[in-house]
Write a protein that binds this ligand. Structure first.
Ligand SMILES: *Cc1c(COP(=O)(O)O)cnc(C)c1O
Length: 427
C-alpha cells in the first residue's frame, strides 16, 4: 500500500494536472474586434504620426503605464526584443562590461552580446536566487557600464542595494522582471525601480499575448531611444529631433494590434492571477513545512512573491539521499511541474568555447575586448551548487494547481519522505 511507486508500488497521482489558462471570452472578443477591423498593425517605420503604432498598441501602453505607476510603457514583440532595446538605450558601447546573474533565461545575456558588449556573471544569493549585490561589487571594473538584475522566480532582486552600487560606480540598472509581474517591493512594483526594466508577455508567463513584452521607465530619453530601436531607428530617426545616433540601429520589435488588444484584457487579470499563485504557494507551504531537509521558498523582507516558480532547496546531509533520487521518486508518484536545477548561463557552450559572432571568437578575441572574463566552472559556487545538487522548483505558472492537485502533490511528498531511507537503494 505505502510502497513507493519507484519500487513498483502504486502511483499516488494517476491524473494529468490541468494546464493553467488565463484566456476566456474577453480575449476572444478582443481578438475578433481587431480582426474584423482589418487593421492588424498600424505602425509605420518612418517619423510620422504612425511611428508610435495603432489604437490598441497605444491604449495598451497607457493602461500598462498607469497600472505600474510609470511614465513610459513601450510594448515590444517579445521581452527578448525589449532587453535588446534596453541595453542599446542605456548607450552600451562595444567592449563595455555588463554584469548579470547566471540564473536567468538566455535572452538576458543575448541582449548584452547583441551590442558587442562583454557579459560578466556575478553569483546569486543562496536564499532568493537573485544576483547578489556583494558579488556585483566584486565584479565592477573601470569597464563596467551596467547591471542587468533579474527578479527571478517571482520576487524582486535586492534592488535597493543594487541601486546604491550603481550610483557609487555610475552604472545603469536594467531590471528583468519577466517572471515577476505584479510583485511588490517596498510598496512599489518590481520592474519599475531601476533605470529601465520590463516584462514578458510570452505564453509561459503569468499573463500573456502569445508573444510580447513591455519596457517600462520613468526616463524620457531612454523611452525615446527604445521607441526608435523598436521601429527601424536607422531610418525613422530622419526628420525627428533626436541628435544622438549611438546605438540607433533599429529593428522591427513592434507588437501587433491583436496582441495589444488581448494584452489589455490580460492586464485586468494580473492581480487575480498573482493572488491565485500566492494562494497555491501558501497551501503548498502549509502542507510541506516540517519535512526534514526541505527548505521552502523564502520571501524577501518588505516584498511579495508572485511565484512563477516555487523554488526549494534540499539539505543533502540531513536527508542522506541525492536530489536526483528524490526527484525520481516524486516523479514516479506522479508529481508534475518539477524542475531539477535551473540553469547556469556561464556554462553554455558559447562561453566555454567563446564562439558567438562568426567563428573566430568575436567579441572576446578582438580589439574591443580588453579583458576576457573567466567563465569556467567554479567561478560562481553558489549558483553552481544550487543547480547541480540542491535546488529544485515547482513550476507554479505552468499548471492551474487546483486544491485537489495541491493536496495530491503534498501527499506524494509526504509519502516519499516517509520512505526516504529506501531511496538509497536507487542508483
Ligand atoms: C521569459 C524570460 C525572458 C524572455 O522573454 P520573451 O518574452 O520570451 O522573449 C527573459 N528573461 C527572463 C528571466 C525570462 O523568464
Amino acid at each position: 500500500m505505502n510502497q513507493l511507486a519507484c519500487f513498483g508500488g502504486q502511483r499516488l497521482i494517476e491524473f494529468a494536472f490541468e494546464k493553467y489558462n488565463s484566456f476566456g471570452r474577453a480575449e476572444i472578443s478582443a481578438a475578433k474586434k481587431v480582426v474584423a477591423s482589418g487593421i492588424l498593425s498600424q505602425f509605420v517605420g518612418e517619423w510620422s504620426s504612425s511611428f508610435y503604432g495603432g489604437h490598441y498598441v497605444q491604449s495598451f501602453e497607457r493602461a500598462w503605464a498607469e497600472y505600474f505607476g510609470v511614465k513610459h510603457a513601450i510594448s515590444v514583440n517579445s521581452w527578448t526584443s525589449g532587453l535588446i532595446a534596453c541595453v542599446g538605450a542605456v548607450n552600451i558601447q562595444p567592449g563595455d562590461e555588463v554584469i548579470l546573474p547566471p540564473w536567468t533565461m538566455s535572452a538576458t545575456v543575448a541582449a548584452i552580446l547583441h551590442w558587442n558588449a562583454i557579459p560578466v556573471f556575478a553569483d546569486i544569493e543562496p536564499d532568493y536566487f537573485c544576483i547578489d549585490p556583494i558579488c556585483i561589487e566584486n565584479k565592477v571594473t573601470e569597464r563596467t557600464r551596467a547591471i542587468i538584475a533579474v527578479d527571478i522566480f517571482g520576487q524582486s532582486c535586492n534592488i535597493e542595494a543594487i541601486n546604491i552600487i550603481a550610483r557609487k560606480y555610475n552604472l545603469k540598472v536594467i531590471t528583468d522582471s519577466a517572471q515577476s509581474p505584479g510583485a511588490i517591493v517596498d510598496e512599489k512594483f518590481t520592474g519599475t525601480l531601476g533605470d529601465i526594466g520590463g516584462f514578458s508577455l510570452n505564453y509561459h508567463k503569468h499573463i500573456h499575448t502569445g508573444e510580447g513584452g513591455v519596457i517600462v521607465t520613468n526616463d524620457d530619453e531612454l523611452a525615446k531611444k527604445c521607441r526608435f530601436i523598436r521601429n527601424h531607428a536607422e531610418s525613422s530617426i530622419v526628420g525627428s529631433d533626436e541628435a544622438c545616433l549611438s546605438n540607433m540601429l533599429g529593428h522591427n520589435f513592434r507588437l501587433g494590434e491583436i496582441e495589444a488588444a488581448i494584452g489589455l484584457e490580460q492586464l485586468k487579470k494580473l492581480r487575480r492571477q498573482v493572488s491565485s499563485r500566492q494562494l497555491v504557494a501558501k497551501r503548498l507551504t502549509k502542507g510541506l513545512q516540517g519535512l526534514k531537509g526541505l527548505k521552502l521558498p523564502k520571501v524577501r523582507p518588505k516584498s511579495t512573491n508572485v511565484y512563477y516558480v516555487y523554488g526549494c532547496q534540499l539539505d543533502l546531509e540531513e536527508l542522506g539521499v541525492t536530489r536526483s533520487q528524490l526527484i525520481h521518486a516524486l516523479k514516479c508518484e506522479g508529481v508534475q511541474g518539477l524542475e531539477e536545477g535551473y540553469t547556469n548561463l556561464h556554462q553554455l557552450p558559447m562561453f566555454q568555447k567563446l564562439i558567438c559572432y562568426g567563428s573566430s571568437g568575436f567579441p572576446w578575441r578582438s580589439d574591443i575586448c580588453q579583458f576576457i572574463p573567466d567563465y569556467s566552472y567554479g567561478t560562481l559556487p553558489v549558483a553552481e551548487k544550487l543547480h547541480d545538487e540542491t535546488y529544485f522548483g515547482l513550476e507554479l505558472c505552468n499548471y492551474k494547481f487546483s486544491l485537489n492537485e495541491i493536496n495530491a502533490t503534498i501527499g506524494a511528498f509526504k509519502k516519499v519522505w516517509q520512505n526516504i531511507d529506501e531511496l538509497k537503494r536507487l542508483s
